[in-house]
Design a protein around this ligand. Structure first.
Ligand SMILES: [Zn+2]
Length: 301
């Protein structure tokens, strides 16, 4: 203990900008992967989240505060699959931090460790905001969280070999709890199977895939393009032939289009947390899925 205190003090003296004595300094682009790093690393990691649940992770401003955080990071934890293509390359470049550049062990892309849905056969930029590498919103299938966690714990152990056992043990404990929660979620979610839904953006593709829900339309005419009244009217007309029972949106999306559709079609508009912090109940990754299922089930009642 004393030895550790001395080490920490020396470390703090040499790195006055760090608020805590953490072995790994992690820059996470989104809250869900920041939360996973914390589950694995506990006190050994300091996690900075570049976005909150109330920001669209596709497009944020590469502010100086982000650069300052990236400059002192040992590990950048990104979604990948082009989700952050509008801002992360700039932050990485201007950080001047060689250890976190793509291709280096200090750069980790979660999407590389799961099989991605909606990978287009032909890339046509005319189809909107892209998702050319497949849909990047991978975390809402909880089985993906486990795959990413396994790869992430190995990467953390590689970068901070002195604490490798801590990260391995941290992941093992997390994975045990996650498996138990997964069985519970799969039982609880049985009534959701086969339910048709509309979504604001393609944010819920993995959630729908996991739960067996059917996405019958998106309020955005193309991914990343704001809903237009013409498109919404056409979607509403489709309720006659392929009726949706719910309209889903995230905490960071405008509620106007969802509420319009819900009012006209007579179906519930459902706000889902989407990521950690998106609702008061989604305090961590477990809360994220607990609350997502509770909100969906409640809306169907
Ligand atoms: Zn997207």
């Amino acid at each position: 203990m004393n030895n550790k205190l001395v080490q920490c003090s020396l470390f703090l003296l040499s790195m006055l900008s760090l608020p805590a004595c953490a072995a790994l300094n992690i820059f996470a682009t989104v809250p869900e992967w920041g939360a996973l790093a914390r589950e694995i690393g506990g006190d050994q990691v300091r996690v900075y989240n570049a976005t909150t649940a109330f920001q669209d992770p596709h497009r944020i401003e590469a502010k100086p505060s982000l650069l300052a955080q990236a400059r002192q990071a040992n590990l950048v934890l990104a979604v990948g699959a082009d989700l952050e293509v509008g801002w992360l390359p700039l932050v990485l470049r201007d950080s001047g931090n060689a250890t976190i550049q793509p291709g280096r062990p200090g750069y980790f892309e979660a999407a590389a460790f799961v099989s991605r849905l909606e990978v287009p056969g032909v890339i046509d930029r005319g189809h909107g905001d892209v998702h050319a590498a497949g849909n990047p919103h991978i975390h809402l299938d909880p089985r993906n969280v486990l795959k990413v966690g396994e790869a992430l714990s190995a990467r953390m152990a590689e970068l901070d070999a002195a604490n490798a056992a801590v990260y391995q043990a941290g992941f093992k404990v997390f994975a045990g709890k996650w498996q138990a929660a997964l069985s519970r979620w799969e039982k609880e979610s049985a009534p959701l199977r086969g339910v048709s839904v509309l979504v604001h953006h393609a944010s819920f593709v993995y959630l729908n895939h996991w739960l067996g829900m059917k996405e019958v339309g998106s309020l955005e005419p193309k991914p990343g393009v704001e809903p237009s009244s013409g498109h919404l009217t056409a979607l509403l007309a489709r309720q006659q032939t392929t009726p949706a029972r719910l309209v889903l949106r995230t905490a960071y999306q405008q509620d106007g289009p969802s509420l319009w559709m819900a009012g006209k079609a007579g179906i519930p508009a459902v706000l889902l947390p989407y990521t950690v912090g998106g609702t008061p109940e989604a305090k961590d990754l477990f809360g994220l899925f607990d609350d997502t299922l509770q909100r969906l089930l409640k809306a169907l009642r």
